[in-house]
Design a protein around this ligand. Structure first.
Ligand code: GLC
Ligand code: GLC
Length: 811
C-alpha cells in the first residue's frame, strides 16, 4: 500500500494520507540552522547543535507519537482544524504534504477554506520561515481565527528533558508588537535568544503553555482555541510557548498570506541590553525586515531551489527506470547532504542529545556529498582529523558546536583511523586538490601539535600496523565498524555501556573486517604515496599490506568464507565451527572488495556463501544464524533479539559492500538485485510493512529471523546513504573518479541496453552514454571521447567549462 507518490519534476515526495505508518519527515536548513519537520507538522528546530542550542521542544517516544511541533490552528465557526492534520486531527476535505529539497509544503482544505504552508530556511539565514496562505473558496464571507503555536526548549535539550527542579523556574519571555522573544538565561552566560514573529498585526498572544492548553489537555484540545480567545499571558518559568492570534476575514475568493519567522540571534556581550531587563531586539528586527513581504520570501525560496538545482545538477542519470533515476538523481544525494549536516545527531530515531559527529561515520558520509560541496568536505576532513592523536587513534565522536573530541566516549575503535584515508583520497580524486595534504592540522585540537594532513593519514595507516594481534591481524579495540562486537568488554553489569567499557586488556581479539579495510585503504595509501612522489614510504607501506593479505589467507579463511574475528581467547568468530554466528557480512564485504585470495577462488566462494546464508527477500542480513543467547565474550551483538540490528538484521549500511564485492567478480545482475532490495523507492508499494519513508534509506530492516521480516527502523541518518550512492554510481554504473580522470567500467544487469549519465567533473561536463549491445554485465570494448577513440578505461580530465561526449561501448 502507498501513502503518496513521487513528483520527480518538482523533486518532491507527495504524501496524501497523513496517517503514514510512521512519521515521514524532512529536513530544513543547509548550514547552521536546522529543523526537522514531519508530515503532520511535528518536529523541532536548533542552531548548529541539536543538544546545546535547541530552540523548540519535542517529545520523543511520546503517546501518541510525534507530539510537539510548529502547529497552526484554524478556527472556522465551530470547527477547528490544522493544515498539517495534527494536532487537531480533524478530518480534512483534502490533505497533501510535499517534502522537497530542504522545504516542506502543506496543502489542505476544510469547509471552503484552503490553507497552504510553505516552510523553509533561507540560505545563510538563522531562521525558519513559514508562509501561511489562507484562501476562502466558499461563496460566503469567512471569519477565521488563526492561532500559531510553538513551545520553547530551554536551550540544552538534555537538561530540558531531565532537570525540572531547575528549569520550571527559569523560562522568560518578552513580547513586543507581533514578536514573542524567548530570553531564558539571557541575563547570565547566554549571548543568544530566539524569537517567533509574524509580519502582521496580531489580535492577541499567549506565552504560557498551561494557560494556553489547560493543565490536563493535549495539543489537540487547547483551552484558548476552544474558547476562541487568547489570554495574553506572559510566561514566568514553567513552560514558555509562543502563540500568535490573528482574526482573518476573507471574502469569497479572497486570500491572505502571513509570514511567520522563528529566528535565532547572537549578540555581543556589551550589546545585550536595550535597558535594564529589556533585550536588544535590533538584530532580530533586522532579520524580520529581510523577509517581511511575500516577494522577499518567494525570492528566497527561488534561491533555495536554484541552489538544489546546482547541487543535483552534478550527477544525473537516465537509466530507463524511474525508481533508479529518482534515487540517484534526487533522493539518495539529498540524504547524503542530510547526513553531512546531521551525522548521527538528530532524526526521529536519534534524539539529538546523544551522539555528535562520528569519526568513522562522518568520513564515510563524505563520499556521498564530496561532489556537491567539495569546499565544505575539505573543511570537514580537517575538523575530523583534528580529533586524532599522534599515534593515529582518535576520538570516536565530537560535538559540532565545539568541534572538540567527546571524552565521555573516548576512542579505541580500531577501524576509525582508516576511514580518514577513504575520505581524503575520495576528496582528491573528485577535486584534484592535493594541497590539502600539506595543510597543518592539529592533533587533539591542539594547534601547537599541528602537522601536515598527510601525517594524519600516515598515522592512521600505522595505527593498524602497530596494533596487530597474535595472527598478525588487526586488534579490534573496543569494536570495529560493528559497534556491537565488543570482544574485550565482558560485561555482566547491566549499568555499563558496551561501547565504552573494556573489562579485559585487549591484546588478543582480532578483526577480519579491519584486515579487509586495511588492505583496501592501505592500497589507496600506497597509491597516494606514489602519486605524490613518496616512493620510499609507498614501498614500506606495501610490505605491510602484503603481509596483511597473507595473514588473511593463512588465518582468516574458513574454507568457504572469511572469518569475522578472533575473540579474546583466540577462538574463531564467524566460522562454520561456531554454533551461531557462523558467517558475517562485514568481512565478506571488505575482504572481497580487497580482492584477497581472488586467484585462489576465495572471493567467489565468499560471495556465493553470502547469497546462500545471508541473503533474504528484504536484503542481506548481518550474520547467520543470529545469536539466541548472550555470549559474554561477544558483547552487545548477542543482546539483540535474533533478526534485529547487528544481530541478524539487514543492516543496510553494509549491503553495498557486498554489491561492490560482486562487481569485483563482474556479476552485475547479482549486484543490482541486492541494490533494488533495499533501495527505498523500490519498496514504496510495501510501505505498510516497511513503515519508514520510501524516499530515504534506513539503518536497519528486520531480517529473516525477526518476527516481522521487512519492517524497517531508523531512517535518514545512516552510512547507508553514502555507501549506496557510491556503490551504484561508481561501481554498478561504474563511473569512478580517480586522480587523473574518470574510470569507466560499468557492472550492470546483462539485460540492460545501457544508460546515460551526465557528470560534472573538475569543471567540465561529461555526457556519458554507455551502450551494451551484447548484453553483458562487465567489460568495455571501446571508449570514444568527443568522437575519437581512446586506448584506456580512464577518460582524462577534459577542458573545463565545456560539454564533452563520452561514448562507452561494452563488449
Ligand atoms: C551505527 C553507527 C556506526 C556503526 C554501525 C554498526 O550506525 O553509527 O558508527 O558503524 O552502527 O554498529
Ligand atoms: C548501539 C547500536 C549501534 C550504534 C551504537 C552507537 O550499539 O546497536 O548501531 O552504532 O549503539 O553507540
Amino acid at each position: 500500500m502507498k501513502y503518496g507518490h513521487f513528483d520527480d519534476t518538482n523533486r518532491e515526495y507527495v504524501i496524501t494520507n497523513p496517517q503514514t505508518p510512521y512519521p515521514w519527515i524532512n529536513y530544513l536548513g543547509n548550514e547552521d540552522f536546522f529543523s526537522l519537520t514531519s508530515n503532520t507538522g511535528g518536529g523541532y528546530t536548533f542552531y548548529k547543535d541539536a543538544k546545546f542550542r535547541r530552540l523548540t521542544r519535542y517529545r520523543y517516544n511520546n503517546v501518541p507519537i510525534d507530539d510537539g511541533g510548529k502547529y497552526f490552528y484554524i478556527k472556522d465557526g465551530d470547527t477547528t482544524w490544522s493544515p498539517g492534520w495534527k494536532p487537531m486531527k480533524t478530518p480534512l476535505d483534502s490533505y497533501e504534504c510535499r517534502h522537497g529539497m530542504s522545504y516542506t509544503k502543506f496543502n489542505s482544505s476544510k469547509n471552503g477554506v484552503a490553507a497552504q504552508i510553505l516552510q523553509f530556511i533561507p540560505l545563510g539565514f538563522w531562521g525558519e520561515l513559514q508562509k501561511v496562505s489562507l484562501k476562502n473558496t466558499s461563496s460566503e464571507t469567512k471569519k477565521l481565527k488563526l492561532f500559531s503555536f510553538i513551545e520553547w526548549c530551554l536551550w540544552n535539550a538534555e537538561d530540558d528533558m531531565t532537570n525540572f527542579q531547575r528549569n520550571f523556574s527559569t523560562g522568560e519571555v518578552e513580547i513586543q508588537d507581533s514578536t514573542i522573544y524567548h530570553k531564558t538565561e539571557f541575563k547570565e552566560r547566554r549571548n543568544h535568544y530566539a524569537f517567533y514573529n509574524v509580519n502582521a498585526p496580531i489580535d492577541g498572544y499567549d506565552t504560557d503553555r498551561e494557560s494556553f492548553l489547560g493543565l490536563y489537555n493535549g495539543f489537540d484540545n487547547p483551552d484558548v482555541v476552544n474558547d476562541g480567545t487568547p489570554k495574553n499571558t506572559v510566561a514566568h518559568g514553567w513552560s514558555p510557548i509562543a502563540s500568535h492570534y490573528i482574526e482573518v476575514e476573507l471574502q469569497p475568493g479572497e486570500s491572505r498570506d502571513f509570514i511567520f519567522m522563528l529566528g535565532y540571534v547572537e549578540v555581543a556581550p556589551e550589546e545585550k541590553w536595550e535597558s535594564k531587563g529589556v533585550i536588544n531586539k535590533k538584530p532580530a528586527k533586522d532579520m524580520m525586515a529581510k523577509f517581511d513581504t511575500v516577494e522577499k520570501i518567494d525570492a528566497a525560496y527561488g534561491e533555495l531551489r536554484a541552489y538544489w538545482d546546482r547541487l543535483l545538477g552534478k550527477i544525473n542519470i537516465d537509466s530507463g527506470d524511474d525508481r533508479l533515476d529518482r534515487m540517484v538523481n534526487i533522493w539518495n544525494q539529498y540524504q547524503c547532504m542530510v547526513t553531512f549536516n546531521m551525522s548521527r545527531s538528530a532524526s526521529f530515531f536519534e534524539s539529538g542529545i546523544g551522539r555528535g559527529m562520528g569519526f568513522r561515520d562522518s568520513n564515510q558520509d563524505l563520499i556521498g556529498f564530496v561532489h556537491q560541496i567539495p569546499e565544505r568536505a575539505r573543511e570537514r576532513i580537517f575538523d575530523i582529523a583534528s580529533t586524532q592523536f599522534e599515534d593515529g587513534s582518535c576520538y570516536h565522536q565530537y560535538q559540532p558546536l565545539t568541534k572538540k573530541g567527546n571524552s565521555a566516549i573516548g576512542g579505541d575503535f580500531n577501524d576509525d583511523p582508516l576511514w580518514l584515508i577513504l575520505s581524503t583520497t575520495e576528496y582528491i580524486k573528485e577535486t584534484g586538490d592535493f594541497s590539502l595534504l600539506d595543510e597543518m592540522v592539529p592533533f587533539d585540537n591542539d594547534a601547537s601539535r599541528a602537522k601536515p594532513h598527510f601525517d594524519h593519514l600516515k598515522a592512521s595507516f600505522y595505527h593498524v600496523v602497530n596494533n596487530l594481534g597474535p595472527h598478525g591481524l588487526p586488534l579490534i579495540g573496543r569494536a570495529d565498524w560493528n559497534d556491537c562486537l565488543n570482544l574485550n568488554c565482558f560485561s555482566e553489569d547491566p549499568n555499563e555501556s558496551f561501547q565504552t567499557t573494556g573489562n579485559k586488556k585487549g591484546s588478543t581479539a582480532e578483526s577480519l573486517m579491519i584486515a579487509g579495510l586495511f588492505v583496501v585503504y592501505g592500497k589507496e595509501y600506497v597509491k597516494l604515496c606514489k602519486r605524490i612522489g613518496k616512493d620510499a614510504e609507498a614501498q614500506e607501506a606495501e610490505t605491510h599490506v602484503e603481509a596483511m593479505i597473507e595473514a588473511v589467507k593463512k588465518d582468516g579463511w574458513d574454507g568457504d568464507w572469511y572469518l569475522r574475528a578472533y575473540d579474546y581467547y583466540g577462538k574463531k568468530i564467524g566460522s562454520n565451527e561456531n554454533e551461531e554466528g557462523k558467517i558475517f557480512i562485514e568481512s565478506q564485504g571488505w575482504c572481497t572488495m580487497a580482492g584477497i585470495g581472488q586467484e585462489e577462488g576465495m572471493v567467489e566462494k565468499s560471495l556465493n556463501a553470502v547469497k546462500e546464508h545471508l541473503d533474504c527477500d528484504y536484503g542481506i542480513v548481518l550474520n547467520s544464524p543470529a545469536f539466541t543467547k548472550y555470549y559474554i565474550e561477544y558483547g552487545e551483538i548477542s543482546t539483540y533479539p535474533a533478526g534485529y540490528k547487528e544481530n541478524g538484521g539487514i543492516f543496510c549500511h553494509n549491503n553495498p559492500w557486498i554489491m561492490i564485492g560482486e562487481t569485483v567478480l563482474g556479476r552485475g545482475d547479482q549486484a543490482y538485485e541486492y541494490y533494488t532490495k533495499i533501495a527505498p523507492s523500490f519498496l514504496e508499494d510495501i510501505s505498510e510493512l516497511h513503515r519508514v519513508e520510501p524516499y530515504v534509506y534506513c539503518q536497519m530492516i528486520a531480517g529473516k529471523e525477526a518476527s516481522k521480516p521487512g519492517e524497517a527502523k531508523n531512517s535518514w541518518l545512516s552510512g547507508t546513504a553514502s555507501w549506496n550512492f557510491f556503490a551504484i554510481t561508481q561501481y554498478i554504473l561504474g563511473v569512478k573518479t580517480d586522480y587523473d580522470g574518470l574510470v569507466i567500467d560499468p557492472c550492470i544487469p546483462s539485460k540492460w541496453d545501457g544508460f546515460k549519465m551526465t557528470r560534472e567533473y573538475r569543471g567540465a561536463t561529461y555526457n556519458i552514454e554507455v551502450q551494451n549491445p551484447d548484453h553483458i554485465s562487465k567489460g568495455v570494448k571501446r571508449i570514444l571521447v568527443n568522437g575519437s577513440e581512446i586506448d584506456s578505461k580512464i577518460v582524462p580530465i577534459l577542458e573545463a567549462g565545456k560539454e564533452h561526449s563520452v561514448q562507452v561501448i561494452m563488449g
